[in-house]
Design a binder for this molecule. Structure first.
Ligand SMILES: Nc1ncnc2c1ncn2[C@@H]1O[C@H](COP(=O)(O)OP(=O)(O)O)[C@@H](O)[C@H]1O
Ligand SMILES: Cc1ncc(C[n+]2csc(CCOP(=O)(O)OP(=O)(O)O)c2C)c(N)n1
Ligand SMILES: [Mg+2]
Ligand SMILES: [Mg+2]
Ligand SMILES: [Mg+2]
Length: 352
């Protein structure tokens, strides 16, 4: 199969005309560039574009031990959609670049496209083009995403102010625990423990918080927002530095997944380490005016979406602190709080 036959095999007839029409796609895959209508303005104001790109590299972001082709496709797009969510926007279009080594035969890449299109359809995103090359050794998948946001309403990292509440939209650390379980099972040539299935799911099929972000953004009281790709501590530092404030996170308020805690204890790992430094959670970390925090939480809860208030914003200098208020790690008992500075550490492609 030549390059052009492969592209047709991977992409033809995969998206409904209704979705393509909805996203203003005049001409999709097949010419020098896609043609897309400028989205119409909506009630409430003009729109602005949001654009982001994220790449996944075999051995860095996935391996035969951790992800199947379907998962890689899903996650490559989900990670991008998460960046649009983290601005409070609506994802619309995506471009997909594939650099494939010989071991990735067309049928395997077609399964990667199954995952890509499953995620695209789940979030209403039109895949309008891409690029295909050969590669010597490892698979590289790069996705570019375009979205929109009401002009002036995008939520940046800068904007957190002293007195604001800090929130997350789910328990961090599950994806890192899932990765640990996958690598441990592969190393021991053992099956995955049943107890790790939710963790593995979190690693392989992240679900970006688009709905939660849009509901929060619409309230007009969110002061900063980030998605957690490199770890809670690292993303908190990004908000702190961009905003010139300190974030104080309370250990007793950090949401914990029961299966993650149980799995961590079963293999002698510290769950807090995964929560703070694991990464790839693709949930949101942000700050909100304290006066609106409870109402925002109630609005999300009514829609079945979690929101956890985990700390507060303090005056600068920029930094992140963890208030250790458990008597004994994991005991659930409260004690005289100890304040600990959190390192600016997380997943970093070139070391911390
Ligand atoms: N090679 C690059 N050239 C230009 N901009 C880049 C490059 N790599 C990253 N960026 C920009 O740097 C910022 C931080 O990137 P990154 O940490 O990857 O964000 P995220 O974690 O949200 O994906 C983003 O605004 C991104 O667009
Ligand atoms: C085989 C394997 N090893 C290690 C990891 C862990 N890992 C790889 S990249 C990453 C951070 C997120 O990726 P990045 O490219 O930094 O995304 P971005 O911050 O640009 O959104 C993590 C935790 C993994 N997912 N798979
Ligand atoms: Mg990135
Ligand atoms: Mg991001
Ligand atoms: Mg990163």
């Amino acid at each position: 199969m030549d390059e052009f036959a492969r592209i047709r095999y991977w992409t033809e007839g995969r998206q409904s005309t209704a979705l393509l029409q909805e996203q203003g796609v005049v001409l999709g895959i097949g010419d020098d560039a896609a043609i897309v209508e400028t989205p119409p303005s909506v009630a409430g104001g003009e729109l602005q574009w949001l654009m982001a790109v994220d790449t996944m590299v075999e051995t860095v972001h996935f391996s035969d031990a951790t992800m199947e082709a379907f998962d890689i496709g899903w996650k490559a797009l989900a990670a991008n959609i998460s960046d649009i969510a983290a601005m409070g926007g609506e994802p619309r279009h995506a471009l997909v670049s594939i650099s494939a080594p010989p071991a990735w035969e067309p049928a395997r890449i077609s399964r990667l496209y199954d995952g890509l299109f499953a995620c695209a359809n789940a979030y209403g995103v039109a895949i309008v083009g891409g690029d295909t090359t050969s590669a010597p050794l490892h698979m590289v998948v790069s996705v570019t995403v375009m979205g929109t946001v009401t002009a002036g309403a995008a939520i940046r990292r800068a904007g957190a102010a002293p007195g604001d509440a800090v929130f997350v939209t789910g328990p961090a650390g599950m994806a890192a625990a899932g990765l640990h379980a996958l690598l441990a099972a592969a190393a021991a040539r053992a099956p995955l423990p049943q107890s790790a299935s939710a963790l593995v799911q979190a690693h392989q099929r992240p679900a970006p918080s688009v709905r939660a972000a849009r509901m929060l953004a619409a309230r007009g009281t969110i002061t900063s927002l980030n998605d957690i790709s490199d770890g809670l501590a690292s993303e908190a530092w990004e908000i702190a530095e961009a905003s010139g404030v300190a974030l104080a996170l309370r250990e007793s308020l950090l949401p914990r997944s029961g299966s993650m805690t149980a799995y961590a204890h079963s293999c002698g790992e510290d769950p807090l380490n995964w929560i703070l430094y694991g990464g790839e959670d693709y949930m949101l970390l942000g700050t909100i005016a304290a006066a609106d925090a409870q109402a925002a939480k109630a609005e999300l809860a009514a829609a079945g979406l979690p929101m956890y208030l985990i700390g507060e914003v303090e005056a600068g200098p920029a930094g992140v602190a963890l208030i250790r208020d458990f008597a004994e790690r994991g005991s659930g008992k409260l004690a005289e709080p100890q304040r600990e500075a959190l390192a600016k550490r997380g997943y970093n492609h070139f070391g911390n």
